[in-house]
Write a protein of this length. Sequence first.
Length: 311
Amino acid sequence: MPAPIFVRSKNMIGEALSTVKLIEAMGKFVAWLRKTRSRPSETVAGRFIRLFESHDVHRNQIPRFFDHGLTLRDVQDEISLLDKLDEPMLEAASKLFGVRREWLEGAGSEVYPCHDFYKHPASVAPFLEALKADNPDGHLEGVLIAPEEQKGDALIILSEVAGWIGDKAIYRHHLLTNWLYEYWKSRAYLTACVAIAWKHGIHIRGIYSPAKEIKQVAYGEVLLGGRNADSMPSRRGALYPEDMALRPAAFLAGIDPERDNFGITSALELWQMLEEDGYMATGLPMYQREAIRGLFKEALDESLAVSTSQR
């Protein structure tokens, strides 16, 4: 017995809708496939040249800056360069600019290795000392990029001179990541990292930038450098990172207080613990360090009083 008309109509409508959805899905897939096929793939030689040009080394300057037997003729086009590129050359270029070999080969999107010192302040000094030992004339310095919204990732970029073209310095960069700016524990370890760098003679200046722009850089997938580099976070104001090791107000600015002022109290307690272990020692004289300890103790006592009153 045939199904009632309204049942058959309902089935036909359902089948029609399914067909429409299938056609839409296929259309989107075909559009994506065309876009993918039309996008030119970057060769190893092209990425090699982009790496140098992003760091302000013009294509024609690569032979005299990098050497390794390259000539001006070799760098005029990618085909000529590809014939010259070998394993030692790729490894040397990766090391020169501190980028991952996999990125240079086109096998990965992460340009830079990300160094994570969250909860590991004891590893900061050896890392900095190794950088200085490998490049004594590198003039190592850094910048702390913090979110202007006071929420989200913060990032430290260390830069050192990798070489010179005439009187122009060419820089290599190192990313120190995994700093959640508003989280009390992360802020304390971030402050310790800045203090340790300061003690080792490495100045870290500071800027504020939009959180979404920092996030793009913080995972190591943005090529840093000079002209022709990928986008960098825009500057939205200055901050003074060393103040976090010296002044409670600067240390606590933007930290999530959490319930019953737990975040503020915990941040100050951890600051004191790290200071007692020597990780907040910026190289200042003892009498100044004693005064700073007093300021942070006062701030902790005030925070404990607030916590008690809120319970």
